[in-house]
Design a protein around this ligand. Sequence first.
Ligand code: NAD
Ligand code: TDX
Length: 331
Amino acid sequence: MNLLVTGGAGLIGSNVVHYTLRHRPQCRITVLDAMTYAGSQASLAAAGNRVELVVGRIEDPALVDRLVAASDVVVHFAAESHNDNSISNPLPFVTTNVVGTFTLLEAVRKHKKRLHHVSTDEVFGDLELDDPERFRETTPYNPSSPYSATKAGSDLLVKAWVRTFKVNATISNCSNNYGPYQHIEKFIPRQITNVLGGRKPRLYGEGKNVRDWIHVDDHNAAVWAILERGQPGGYYMIGADGEQNNKAVISLILELMGKPADWYDHVNDRPGHDLRYAIDAAKIRRELGWTPRYTTFRDGLAATIAWYRDNTAWWQPLKEAVEAKYAKQGQ
Ligand code: NAD
Ligand code: TDX
């Protein structure tokens, strides 16, 4: 199988490359990635020459047409992915997430290729802390941030291309990922690298916001289950029952890294900050037999802390600039 991975130099895309080389070694992998600030060649170094990296943009129709024509299956991760950036500068989110997905859909439609579109639980908005409901495949879309609005737009484009043009596509909406190769602008690696560098963790607002954490390898195992056994045109929620509030996550990081429980700062909250995400993944468990392998968040987090401790060369050159940007926002 010739697999085209868009956004394969980012967190989930680079991990899917490594996952695929381990578990589906017969695949030939091409990565299309614009190498924005979020993409890193070093994240693909362990794949050596077993992956072809094409540097280019998902909204470039000629390039995307050529790469899709040469592939059998496309997995679409390329996106602007950070909520805080979408608040300070939304335009790249519209270009990459909406126009980019449109460009890919047109190529997939023309060449009649299989597409899996990777999306987020944030398209559904947020839940109250005490709401017994969780997000499921039938939950109405209600995005809050420019990031989640553009991801919702991209999902709706995929749904329209499936219905109107009979494109062979599936969609998954996953909760918050953590693991190796995550950019240090994101919550968990920011706090781990803060502690490693002698800085206190930074908690937005009161820290009562809840995220439903999943290890990136469990996400990618679910993506492969959909590629191999998913219903054409099917939608799947992916989550590992990993709800934690942000304050609890910082407490666990401090405990695992041997720091006092109160060694963190409260900083400015995110405007429009979603309160809680929670995933009901019953459908993918029942229909595709997927189950997460990282059953304790504590073990997954400890392994992730060890990875950042052992790979300072991967993140240290980025740290000062990331923190300077946050400092300007009072975060
Ligand atoms: P990331 O920011 O780590 O990586 C995104 C990658 O896309 C980078 O390598 C970047 O260079 C590339 N890219 C950006 N703009 C591009 C463009 N115009 N053309 C080509 N490549 C471009 O993101 P991630 O966390 O790995 O997320 C991957 C996908 O999964 C995204 O679609 C995101 O919405 C979705 N998702 C992420 C999470 C999460 O918790 N991280 C959860 C659910 C869904
Ligand atoms: O320093 C911080 N302090 C803090 O309290 C940062 C960076 C974040 N936070 C909070 C905000 C959120 O409640 O932590 C939570 C997680 O923040 P992010 O890592 O920015 O993730 P989130 O906004 O929840 O979105 C993530 O999950 C869904 C990914 O970035 C998205 O790409 C994905 O779609």
